[in-house]
Design a protein around this ligand. Structure first.
Ligand code: AMP
Ligand code: MN
Ligand code: MN
Ligand code: MN
Length: 276
């Protein structure tokens, strides 16, 4: 039987809908042999995911999705196969969650200026102790009747130049890569084609990433087309990067998100799991 990998997923420890245990159970019923839990800026779901993985006979890779800045742009770097008790990683998650809390308060204040009250309190309640993200504001704004769906709510409220946007001074790409390497993990550029960068910019990002100690690109992600997979795998080959596969599963409604339902890696790229 061939091995099925999904190396980018979210749980209630950040903005996923399933608890770590239910996520692992679902992965197991879908025939996923190797699952990475990669919550935004936290490792708090990993212990529960590991014990569920034993119960459901899944190999659970300890992961994280770290927010960082490169050339003033927010980039997500997935760290795979990290030591979950790494002090470097834990310290950085404390800082990142502080930044997120400050931003969430700001988002709440900004929404209040356009007549939307208690957004921070509601987003916080929806996050239920997990890392607070714009996804939680999105859930509240839809429930509150301010937008009809996720893509609508992001377009109208939660992105730059819109009423519910607040920028964050995330740590640098360099620091982020260093932290993942210090924790024994593999740094991966998450969803490289989702940043809406020009080809030149993306090449510069990959170049810098590699020079700073980055190791892999997410070549197959949730809902990309075969042409995008080919493009991303060509970047991986050209820059001698390993290739990862991850759905970015959050819930059943997000377009890029069906757990484990992923295309195969193209021939000629090195699968990221060969690095551990
Ligand atoms: P944050 O890291 O707090 O800025 O929030 C980013 C999260 O918001 C992503 O991981 C997605 O879950 C969600 N998100 C961002 N942009 C969109 C979008 N255009 N449509 C739907 N969800 C989005
Ligand atoms: Mn998310
Ligand atoms: Mn991401
Ligand atoms: Mn993600």
């Amino acid at each position: 039987m061939s091995l099925v990998f999904d190396l980018h997923t979210h749980s209630t420890a950040s903005d996923g809908i399933l608890s770590p245990e239910l996520l692992v159970r679902k992965a197991s019923t879908l025939g996923i042999n190797t699952l990475a839990l990669t919550d935004h800026d936290t490792v708090s779901g990993l212990a529960a995911a590991q014990s569920a993985a034993k119960k459901y006979n899944v190999t659970l890779i300890n992961g994280i999705e770290l927010s960082c800045l490169w050339n003033n742009k927010t980039i997500h770097i997935v760290g795979l196969n990290i030591k979950a008790d790494s002090k470097t990683i834990i310290d950085s998650t404390v800082h990142l969650n502080y930044l997120r809390e400050q931003r969430a308060i700001k988002i709440g204040e900004k929404l209040e200026k356009v007549g939307i009250y208690n957004a921070y309190e509601n987003a916080k309640r929806i996050a239920a102790g997990g890392t607070i993200t714009r996804q939680h504001f999105s859930t509240f704004l839809i429930k509150n009747g301010n937008a009809k769906n996720q893509s609508d709510v992001f377009k109208r409220y939660l992105v730059n130049n819109k009423p519910g946007y607040a920028s964050v001074s995330w740590p640098s790409l360099e620091k982020t890569i260093t932290h993942i390497n210090a924790a024994g993990g593999v740094p991966v550029i998450a969803h490289p084609l989702r940043y809406k960068m020009t080809a030149t910019k993306l090449r510069n990002l990959i170049n810098d990433f590699k020079e700073l100690g980055g190791k892999a690109l997410e070549v197959v992600t949730g809902h990309n087309h075969s042409s995008e997979i080919e493009l991303a795998s060509n970047y991986a080959k050209r820059y001698n990067m390993a290739a990862s596969v991850g759905s970015d599963f959050h819930n059943e409604n997000t377009t890029w998100s069906q757990l484990g339902r992923l295309a195969k890696l193209p021939d000629g790229v090195t699968p990221v799991w060969e690095l551990w």
